[in-house]
Design a protein around this ligand. Structure first.
Ligand code: GDP
Ligand code: ZN
Length: 310
């Protein structure tokens, strides 16, 4: 049988098949994935083949992953923990006020998502709270990201505004939801699929009580088709090592023009005839995003560790 892993404890895996039935499976003996040193061979989102062996259901094989997100293992520095696999898209929930989500946080998330090749939609929540004084900076933020090619949806979880649009986007897909606490993620999940809210909350609670910070993501089936992945305790998208030379590949508006720089290995800092720096003058590259670029370049080792998201 084939199914998708929706929950894992490290020794047991809950595998859901096409009709919605779930099977508790174990892994057969020693199971290793080629080419990746991870503390968990199978993660949430993995497509697996399993069969009955005596009283047990055993996972025999894992289908190739389209993508996966990782974080560094707590104890073994060379190993990673796979948080989730086969993600179709991420929804980063942000607020342009109450409280304002920082551009630095958003850009780090987007860079990591680009590196993982996960398309990201920015969801601006709490738009019901905007009065005249917030509206201008809200519109600026939205236009900044739209200009870079990111889809932005403005919603109000509380007033049920544009929630249908969000649901349509999520339908039949594996959707990762992320955002700082307080942006309204739980309220939004509740608006999208009322009976999921409690579930996601209980997951966070159990994990917060844990002895250490090992985090297992969990996948929830949406009543209207598709899944959402909740990653309790993970603020961003986990860890990615990016070569400083490649960082601008993960800023779509820079990627578009960087071939016009005089030097093929231009870092767009102070090289002559740099198309990116020229684009700053025309506005094609926004100064705010460029500042994020510089600040990410500046990060220690250019590793976007979770701590950086706080
Ligand atoms: P989470 O930490 O991201 O899960 O955030 P919650 O869902 O717990 O929401 C944080 C606070 O923001 C709560 O007081 C919610 O009632 C409030 N909130 C969430 N969504 C909205 C919204 O669309 N409009 C307004 N005005 N408040 C909201
Ligand atoms: Zn350049």
């Amino acid at each position: 049988m084939q199914g998708v892993v929706i929950k894992s404890t490290g020794s047991w895996y809950s595998v859901r098949i096409h009709n919605g039935n779930c099977f508790l499976c174990r892994l057969k003996g020693k199971f290793r994935m080629k080419g990746i040193k991870s503390t968990n061979p199978v993660s949430v989102g993995d497509q697996v083949l399993f069969s009955r062996q005596g009283k047990d259901f055993i996972i025999n094989d894992i289908l190739e992953r389209k993508n996966y997100i990782v974080r560094k293992s707590v104890n073994l520095s060379k190993q990673v923990h796979i948080i989730a696999a086969n993600i179709d898209q991420a929804f980063l929930i942000v607020t342009s006020a109450f409280p304002k989500t920082s551009v630095g946080f958003i850009d780090r998330f987007l860079v990591t998502a680009e590196a993982y090749q996960i398309p990201t939609v920015l969801v601006f929540n709490k738009i019901d709270l905007h009065d005249k004084s917030h509206l201008e900076s809200h519109k600026e933020m939205i236009s900044l990201y739209r200009q870079c090619g990111y889809e932005c949806i403005e919603v109000s979880a509380i007033k049920n505004k544009n929630i249908k649009e969000l649901m349509l986007k999520m339908k039949e897909k594996v959707n990762l939801l992320s955002g700082h606490s307080g942006v309204g993620k739980s309220t939004l999940v509740n608006a999208i699929n009322p009976n999921l809210d409690l579930l996601t909350k209980s997951v966070s609670k159990t994990h917060n009580k844990g002895m250490h910070t090992t985090t297992f993501a969990e996948m929830f089936a949406l009543d209207f088709g598709g899944f959402i992945i909740d990653t309790p305790g993970i603020k961003g998208l986990g860890l990615v090592d990016i070569d400083p030379q490649e960082l601008s590949n993960y800023f779509p508006e820079m990627l578009k023009i960087k071939s016009q720089c005089r030097f093929h290995n231009c870092k767009h800092i102070n090289e002559p005839s740099c198309a990116v720096k020229e684009a700053l003058n025309t506005g094609e590259v926004n100064r705010i995003r460029y500042d994020s670029y510089l600040s990410i370049l500046d990060d220690d080792n250019n590793s976007y560790r979770e701590a950086k998201y706080h």
